[in-house]
Design a protein around this ligand. Sequence first.
Ligand code: GLU
Length: 180
Amino acid sequence: MCGIVGYVGPREATPILLDGLKRLEYRGYDSAGIAVVGDDGEVRVARSEGKLGNLTEKIASAPPPGRFGIGHTRWATHGAPNEANAHPHMAGPVAIVHNGIIENFRELRSELQAAGHHFESETDSEAIAALIADGLKRGRAPGEAVKAAIQRMRGAYAIAALFEGQEDLLVGARRGSPLV
Ligand code: GLU
């Protein structure tokens, strides 16, 4: 079972996200990652295979700056437990973390590929990012794009999403999985 955590507030997000992930370590995981939006609006993603300590070490000299972000510890269900499959996953301006399984991901993936999306991981989760990005391209606001995406998804999930250039905005959604 993976864990997801998000932060929006006045402090630097990275140490808070890492602390949140540390508290979720007991759930078991095979890789970890964070995405943080800087004051310049840019999303910076850092991911590592294995223990949280690998991620902490990787970003120690240059922690992603910013006051809001999302983090994830992954328990692989679709795709090998490696860095490319670790969350967060990005598509266009969207970064997402996902807990659970998207049962119809093959169908969604083929559809999104046909529409020109290039997948960079083997996960079911990347289809969520691509679906949301597709909604944004169609002119939907971030929250509406997430709503439209989850209407297409079958299965159990908790997700958190953030958006390049959208300050202080995290969108969460869940079905069948807990999200506080
Ligand atoms: N199904 C997703 C994956 O394999 C999420 C797994 C999880 O809940 O950690 O990446």
